[in-house]
Design a protein around this ligand. Structure first.
Ligand SMILES: *Cc1c(COP(=O)(O)O)cnc(C)c1O
Length: 474
């Protein structure tokens, strides 16, 4: 497709300003002598340019988008309507509390709901994403140990099935990461955990259900082992789709949790945000929370916690994302929330059951909201790989699942259908995946040559990530 510099012609404009009919008063000196090389386009060209760009994008509104762990789900339009209300978009974060009572009420109500969902006692909305929330959460844990002068706690335990942000976060916080190998069943190995904890344990970071879609059945024992060693337990709640409304991290023994409003709570994401990764914690950690707490029975006020970390970000976080999340929560209510997880779990298990005869599953058991296929055997024997399957799905108008993650499964395809896909969509996807399998058996080379219909085939992804060309070369 043409770039914006290849459209248009010199002098072309969207609006025609009348010629200058007064004296030009701006001095020449501080200004550039040559005009910047901006594209010059007519209104039709601008509008076609953006439409063409939009057509190159694939989103949840285009089709099935089963991005395991990342929950690309339905983003109700009513969310957008609510967060476009001028009362929300027209305020300034430095306004006096008395003049933004409605916005403070949004923050307070959203905090109450998220506490109810997670079993925590307080929430900060400052973090702008999941990884940012993890960083905030671990700083709370660090502040706790520091205040107790328990400074020998220098290690954070992270299972090898964890999202990559977990070890990165622990390292950013100055901790040494202890990698905990999972058992053959994909779960935390209790003996290995007992051997790993000690006087130097600051905490454990855990995702449950984990990134294999499996629920840690020994979760109460796990959190107890860490607590008895003097450490705290962090819950990676980026994706709560597997348990929301049914089980709560707070009841499992976790001290601190982050949630991704741009996953579970239906804010569109991808392409850089904005996101929101609020952090919830138990009461004993609340005094360290960053930013401002909203309190008061009648008139609401913003106050600093007693030993606040300071600010993780300016002001009150990505406020409009919180408006969307609250809209979603209010719409579903207490009765509706369990329907999310029940349907997410049903959809994942339905798809897995229908596919397991043709695609080898990484674990032979029921899952929660996502399941993991492994193409290891096929790839090793010169057959098709996870990448080949993913690229072929593009030709069928579907976004591929998460690939090559979790790291403990080789040639992984991690599928999260989400709760909002219908039986018909799931059946259509199952049919396509079976067809792809048949073709892979009959003519693997054809699958390896995919995609055949996408605008871009197989770019060098490492090169594209490390050396992106983002400037137009005149
Ligand atoms: C997405 C995700 C994260 C990171 O969230 P970002 O908003 O991308 O920083 C962390 N953990 C898990 C399990 C995730 O799925």
């Amino acid at each position: 497709m043409k770039t914006v510099f290849e459209w248009g012609a010199p002098g072309r404009r969207c609006t025609i300003l009348p010629a200058l009919d007064v004296e030009e008063v701006l001095p020449k000196a501080p200004f550039r002598e040559t005009a910047p090389r901006l594209p010059e386009l007519s209104e039709t060209e601008v509008s076609r340019h953006y439409t063409e760009l939009a057509e190159q994008v694939f989103g949840v509104n285009d089709g099935f988008y089963p991005l395991g762990s990342c929950t690309m789900k339905y983003n109700p339009s009513v969310n957008e309507e609510m967060c476009s209300l001028p009362g929300f978009t027209g305020v300034h974060p430095l306004q006096e509390d008395a003049t933004v009572q409605g916005c403070l009420r949004v923050l307070k109500t959203a905090e109450e709901y998220l506490c109810a969902v997670t079993g925590m006692d307080a929430v900060t909305f400052q973090p702008a994403a999941g990884a940012h929330g993890e960083f905030t959460g671990l700083l709370l844990i660090k502040a706790y140990h520091t205040e107790r002068k328990d400074t020998k706690r220098t290690k954070v335990i992270v299972p090898d099935s964890a999202h990559g942000t977990n070890p990165a976060t622990a390292t950013m916080c100055g901790y040494e990461v202890i990698n905990l190998p999972s058992g053959a069943d994909g779960l935390v190995d209790l003996a290995a955990l007992k051997a790993a904890v000690g006087e130097d344990t600051a905490g454990l970071m855990l995702t449950n259900p984990n990134t294999c879609g499996l629920f840690e059945k020994d979760i109460l024992e796990i959190t107890k082992i860490v607590h008895e060693a003097g450490g705290l337990v962090y819950y990676d709640g980026a994706n709560l789709n597997g348990i929301i409304g049914v089980a709560r991290p707070g009841d499992m023994g976790f001290d601190c949790v982050h949630m991704n409003l741009h996953k579970t709570f239906s804010t569109p994401h991808g392409g850089g945000g904005p996101g929101s990764g609020p952090v919830g914690c138990k009461a004993f950690l609340a005094k360290y929370l960053p930013g401002h707490a909203v309190s008061g029975d009648g008139e609401l006020r913003r106050t600093r916690a007693e030993m606040s970390l300071g600010d993780m970000r300016a002001f009150d976080g990505n406020f409009l994302v919180v408006v969307r999340a609250l809209t979603y929560l209010l719409m579903l209510g207490r009765e509706g929330l369990p329907e999310i997880s029940k349907n997410a779990v049903l959809n994942a298990n339905y798809m897995m059951e229908q596919l397991k005869d043709v695609y080898p599953m990484a674990f032979d058991k029921n899952v929660y909201h996502e399941f993991v296929i492994t193409m290891e055997k096929s790839a090793k024997n010169g057959g098709v790989s996870a990448m080949d399957i993913a690229k072929t799905l593009l030709d069928h108008g579907m976004h591929p699942p998460t690939m090559y993650f979790p790291l403990i499964v080789h040639e992984a395809l991690m599928v999260e259908p989400t709760e909002t896909e219908s039986r018909e969509t799931l059946d259509a996807v199952i049919r396509v995946m079976k067809e792809i399998h048949e073709e892979a058996v009959r003519d693997p080379e054809s699958i390896k040559a995919s995609p055949k219909r996408a605008p871009i085939g197989r770019p060098d992804e490492v090169e594209a990530a490390r050396n992106p060309v983002i400037r137009y070369r005149f």
